[in-house]
Design a protein around this ligand. Structure first.
Ligand code: NAD
Length: 255
């Protein structure tokens, strides 16, 4: 029996088959879960095509996490496909190009990054909450890039990730009474569409080449996806507000 047997999961963030979320959806189906995907705007068509590469083709609902109407109607639109939800994957990140220059980034750039990449965790969890059973609860899992440090080039996206990590802790506080666990996976650099949009991303690749005691493959999203699947399962029943590092060990090294 798979670790996600009988679970129903909402998976955001499948864009290409390089997306971390694609591998979470694939593993989740292989481990027995029923999956619903979300996408938005012009990327809906791409997600629908990529979804056919999963073991079973899931429905794709429209959800721009910065759109109040999409969020308000999410629960009703989900009920057309599923009876309830056991877990939600937040695999969303966006910052305008200007946000990747710390001293030059404008408030408009920064506020867009914070809205789409940090506040969206609370917005998504709140929108999905009505589908989670009050007794059984559920699991909310998101993806961060370790926000303890000032990295090269990450700039206001790093600040947004710090806010995202804090949002996770407050969500854990407020949803604990509903038995909803909230956790993040801090992944090392992986060559996805979002990563390629960061100018100078190869600098992270060099840092991981030099510092990861376990080594690190920037083309392999599966280790991060496995940790997400585990956190969505019943195998972390007493863990919430946590950040699990899936980074080859870089976070623990002094140099
Ligand atoms: P990706 O480009 O495959 O996925 C990013 C997703 O965010 C896309 O599906 C995109 O459509 C979605 N998105 C952007 N704005 C949105 C909005 N307003 N509403 C709904 N969806 C929106 O890249 P990825 O690397 O798989 O990113 C997934 C998550 O992993 C992000 O939170 C990212 O910050 C995080 N992460 C990535 C890396 C890495 O190196 N790739 C490392 C650590 C953490």
């Amino acid at each position: 029996m798979g670790i996600l047997e009988g679970k129903t999961l909402l998976v955001t963030g499948v864009l290409m088959d390089s997306s971390i979320a694609f591998h979470v959806a694939k593993l989740a189906q292989e481990e027995g879960a029923q999956v619903v995907l979300t996408s938005f705007g012009r990327t809906m068509r791409i997600t629908q095509t990529i979804a056919k590469r999963l073991p079973e083709t899931p429905p794709v609902l429209e959800l721009d996490v910065t759109d109040g109407e999409h969020l308000d109607t999410l629960a009703d639109r989900l009920r057309e496909h599923v009876d309830g939800l056991d877990g939600v994957l937040h695999s969303i990140g966006f910052a305008p190009q200007g946000a990747f220059n710390f001293m030059e980034g404008t408030w408009e750039d920064v506020s867009t990054a914070l809205h789409a990449s940090a506040y969206s965790l609370k917005a998504l969890a709140a929108a999905a909450l009505p589908l989670m059973d009050e007794q059984r609860g559920g699991s909310v899992v998101g993806l961060t890039f370790d926000a303890k440090f000032a990295w090269p080039v990450y700039d206001w996206m790093g600040v947004a990730k710090a806010a995202f990590e804090s949002t996770n802790r407050y969500l854990a506080r407020d949803l604990g009474a509903r038995h909803v666990r909230c956790n993040l996976v801090a992944a090392g650099p992986i060559r996805t569409t979002a990563a390629k949009s960061i100018p100078g991303f190869e600098q992270f690749e060099r840092i991981w080449d030099e510092r990861a005691p376990l080594g690190w493959d920037v083309n392999d999203p599966v280790p991060a996806a496995k940790a997400c699947a585990a956190l969505l399962s019943d195998w972390f029943p007493a863990t919430t507000g946590e950040i699990v590092h899936v980074d080859g060990g870089v976070h623990a090294m002094g140099q």
